[in-house]
Design a binder for this molecule. Structure first.
Ligand code: ATP
Ligand code: MG
Length: 479
């Protein structure tokens, strides 16, 4: 025949087209997990998420890492996972929402929005979490393990905050004093505050003197704890963080609903403040999920599956490279206890820190994430990603092509919604996520810009032509 009529192709769900199997072209991909988008080379729908891929043995821990240049749709992809997983009974916990990217979605899912910021809501870094009262019911051995783990997490949190305000890591002695003080406070029935810990240090508690090795000399003790005290004062009401860390947690997190910590009200120019609040929220949420897991193990609470989303990792690493150890500790513990987590950042360059040692630790976040999701990255931003996973020349080219600037005609970045999934050294799976109408309303993180653009259009229509009249009287109208 001189002309070959191409066969028509249709797509449909198994409900709509049941009975039509086998399809002429089947997807070779596992049909497991959240439907994320179409395969870019046309072989069906790509489904993936860290929880269902883990449950089906496709990855060995329920953890994912999402990398890609700003504005290409990382948070949108994770919102898709959150939306579908919530429908399947998983409880999403957005541990820090800086923009906010997730508040509308979590509200639409009838979840809890916890707003934090100066004068808006406080979170106590020493708070053992919402399930504290129930942990007493655990059998002795589990109780012991849970106590040790939760204390460790709180200690990490406090040390991280002190790193931030002091601008240096704590030395071994200071760390031991903090650990000893937390142990003393844990004997008390009430939830401690940072001021209680400071009080212990100031009153030269004998247990603290013992680990400080002050040889019975008051002056020596005072000198040894001087920096620690400076740090604790800086975390109090007189310090740069105001009242956010020195009071009891203002809203208790619910354990049976989707939750988002909305920290978009924290001044965006204060990177240290944002990083500090992010850190405390990550620890608070991870501790809550850990407690729930212990209670479920002892059949004292329902077995629930949570997905923790930790967006904008770069913000913490940029505020202080010393936080890398704290993040490493939180995420390592989460992995060990098989808690599902998604970490999101921009590029591999975010993970390049002051020293080779710190950089290696940050790179470990990617190395240990079972599912790697890559959006557009320029060749320079690729960094040492190749040291973590093998990439073919074609894969590199594809990822770099998604990082090019917006197409002038359509205004859309060519890489928006395009991702490559990688597990191990096998070939990656390229996909394109298309938003559904239902998602669009809760997804537009550029809506503030859209609002501003609409206002500009309205203004332009009422403005006199250039050079023919006065500027608007209200300077607000100019913006
Ligand atoms: N697949 C898509 N289709 C259409 N629009 C999209 C898609 N993905 C994202 N967008 C839109 O692009 C904008 C940026 O998306 P998003 O906030 O998810 O990017 P991001 O990679 O998380 O950015 P950042 O690094 O700044 O956090 C949003 O307005 C979003 O609605
Ligand atoms: Mg984002």
């Amino acid at each position: 025949m001189p002309y070959l009529d191409p066969p028509s192709e249709w797509r449909g769900t198994s409900v709509q087209v049941c009975g039509l199997w086998p399809f002429s072209a089947g997807a070779t991909l596992p049909d497991v997990g959240v439907p994320l988008g179409r395969h870019l080379e046309g072989s069906g729908t790509v489904c993936a998420d860290p929880i269902y891929w883990f449950l089906h043995g496709l990855i060995n821990t329920p953890s994912a890492f999402v990398l890609g240049r700003p504005g290409l749709g990382k948070s949108t992809l994770v919102r898709r996972m959150v939306t579908v997983l919530a429908g399947w009974g998983v409880l999403p916990l957005i541990l820090s929402d800086l923009k906010p990217d997730y508040v509308d979605l979590i509200s639409a899912l009838d979840g809890q929005v916890i707003t934090l910021g100066r004068g808006v809501g406080a979170i106590n870094p020493l708070d053992p979490g919402p399930l504290r009262g129930q942990l007493d019911r655990l059998p002795a051995d589990l109780r012991h393990q849970a106590d040790a783990e939760l204390r460790g997490r709180r200690q990490e949190c406090l040390i991280g905050l002190l790193n931030l305000v002091l601008g240096r890591p704590l030395d071994a002695r200071e760390t031991t004093i903090v650990a000893a003080a937390l142990r003393i406070l844990d004997q008390r029935p009430e939830v401690p505050l940072i001021s209680d810990l400071h009080q212990l240090v100031r009153e030269r508690h004998p247990d603290l003197r013992a680990v400080a090795l002050d040889r019975g000399d008051d002056a020596r003790y005072d000198e040894l704890v001087e920096d620690l005290e400076t740090g604790l004062i800086a975390l109090g009401p007189a310090g740069r963080f105001g009242d956010i860390f020195c009071q009891h947690t203002s809203t208790t997190m619910l354990m049976d609903r989707p939750v988002v910590f909305d920290i978009s009200g924290v001044d965006s120019s204060d990177g240290a403040m944002r990083a500090a609040v992010q850190l405390v929220c990550w620890v608070y949420g991870s501790s809550a999920v850990t407690s729930a897991k212990y209670l479920a193990e002892a059949n004292l609470a329902p077995e629930r599956v949570y997905l923790m989303v930790m967006d904008e990792l770069w913000q913490m690493l940029r505020a202080s490279s010393y936080l890398v150890d704290r993040i490493d500790e939180i995420t390592r513990l989460n992995r060990q206890r098989l808690l599902a987590q998604v970490l999101i950042t921009h590029t591999m360059k975010d993970l390049q820190l002051g020293t080779a040692d710190l950089t290696a630790k940050a790179r470990g976040f990617v190395e240990r994430s079972a599912l790697l999701v890559l959006g557009g990255l320029s060749t320079a931003e690729f960094g040492d990603l190749a040291a973590v996973h093998e990439f073919s020349v074609l894969e590199r080219r594809l990822i770099a092509s998604w990082s090019t600037q917006s197409d002038v005609a359509s205004g859309d970045p060519p890489g928006r919604g395009k991702f490559l999934l990688k597990t191990g050294s096998g070939p990656g799976i390229p996909l394109h996520l298309t938003l559904t109408n239902v998602e669009r309303d809760v997804n537009d993180t550029n809506k503030r810009w859209a609002g501003a653009a609409a206002k500009a259009h309205r203004l332009a229509a009422t403005m006199p032509a250039a050079g023919t009249g006065d500027l608007p009287a209200d300077p607000e109208d100019l913006t």
